[in-house]
Design a protein around this ligand. Structure first.
Ligand code: PEP
Ligand code: MN
Length: 358
């Protein structure tokens, strides 16, 4: 990947202040919504207007985007505001339409990055337009090869204005986020492609308004994200998609003031906070897993009650302790710690089961 890294064309982002912010609605709905929203986007950091023209919905039956006519509205937004425009493309037809409507930034959605055929098709359809900026969202699941492979496919077709978007990853049950961020993976990406511009999409990470600002700051200050993609809508609660996570343009402007007024932390403080962010993220995952674990204990308690089985099965405790102590050896976790930890976990599980049984 070294050759790719050396040849990434950063000219479009190097000239601007950071963070380079792309903002606008999740979906284009009508021309007024686009223009109202765009006109209220007011911050020196906002360089591009986003809106989804074709929406990849996980399940059928939801709003799937306005299609081609949205590109006309987007072109008008560009004319009125001077902002660059950005949208998601998922096939050759979308790409060709975006080219003919002069969209500046094409992004590849998380579901598409996971599909090599789709990536290949889009890369090939840019043959006559190698100058487009292409931003690749991370695939739904944290598969580094798939993400980097998509970069390679575009690079191999001569597209060099490439960037990445961290929009978080699917987890079966998430405590806090819609899509779990993986900051550690971003650090690894930085090692593979140190020059590639990385954006963060706190809207799709959080899935709600709360937390967007915090994630944006972490991304920018601790994980070298040079850009942010944040969804805005002039009337978020009536948005046709992702209503919970869209904020008003006014809210965004206020949020971005932080990047003007805040003093940069020194290296010691930044590094300390980087480690703390990584650790907090893991601790939050541990909490989420414990909660799932205890909910299983509840179900087990009911099952034991229905069959009149004793809650405490001493052999079971002995055998799991033995198993985890052995596993811990390979993981460099001390026996003492494993004993204390699983004893605590087991006691709590007994308490829950007994409460149900009695
Ligand atoms: C979006 O940006 O509106 C979108 C659908 O994003 P993602 O591909 O990250 O789900
Ligand atoms: Mn969205």
């Amino acid at each position: 990947m070294k050759k790719i890294n050396d040849n990434i064309d950063r000219s479009w982002i190097d000239k601007t202040i950071r963070p380079f912010v792309i903002s606008g609605p999740c979906s284009a709905e009508n021309e007024n919504q686009m223009i109202f929203t765009a006109k209220k986007l007011n911050s020196p950091f906002i360089k591009a207007f986003r809106s989804g023209i074709w929406k990849p919905r996980t399940k059928p039956g939801n709003f799937e985007g306005v299609g081609k006519k949205g590109l006309i509205w987007m072109k008008n937004v560009k004319k009125m505001t001077g902002l660059m425009t950005a949208t998601e493309v998922a096939n050759e037809e979308h790409t060709n339409l975006c080219i003919s409507f002069d969209v500046d930034i094409l992004w590849i959605g998380a579901r598409s990055t996971a599909s090599p055929f789709t990536i290949q098709e889009i890369a090939e359809s840019l043959q006559e337009n190698k100058n487009k900026i292409v931003l690749l969202k991370n695939p739904i699941h944290p598969d580094m090869d798939l993400w980097m492979g998509a970069v390679e496919r575009f690079y191999n077709k001569g597209i060099k204005k490439l960037g990445l978007i961290h929009r978080g990853f699917y987890t079966y049950k998430s405590l806090k986020y819609r899509n779990q961020p993986n900051w550690k993976m971003l650090l690894e990406v930085k090692k593979i492609l140190p020059r590639i511009p990385i954006f963060c999409d706190p809207s799709h990470i959080c899935g709600k308004k709360e937390g967007i600002s915090e994630v944006a700051k972490k991304a920018y200050y601790y994980f070298n994200c040079e850009g942010l993609m944040i969804e805005t809508h002039f009337d978020p609660k009536n948005a046709w998609s992702d209503a919970k996570q869209q904020i008003t343009p006014e809210h965004l402007s206020k949020m971005l003031e932080f990047f003007i007024s805040s003093k940069k932390e020194d290296l010691k403080e930044t590094t300390l906070n980087l480690f703390r962010t990584l650790i907090d993220e893991l601790d939050e995952n541990i909490l989420s897993i414990i909660s799932e674990r205890m909910s299983l204990s509840k179900d087990l308690g009911s099952f034991k009650k229905s069959l009149d089985i004793m809650v405490l099965q001493p052999n079971r405790l002995k055998s799991i302790m033995h198993k985890y102590i052995n596993m811990g050896k390979n993981l460099e976790i001390r026996e003492e710690f494993i004993k204390k930890f699983f004893k605590l976990l087991h006691e709590e599980s007994m308490r829950i089961q007994n409460k149900i049984r009695n």
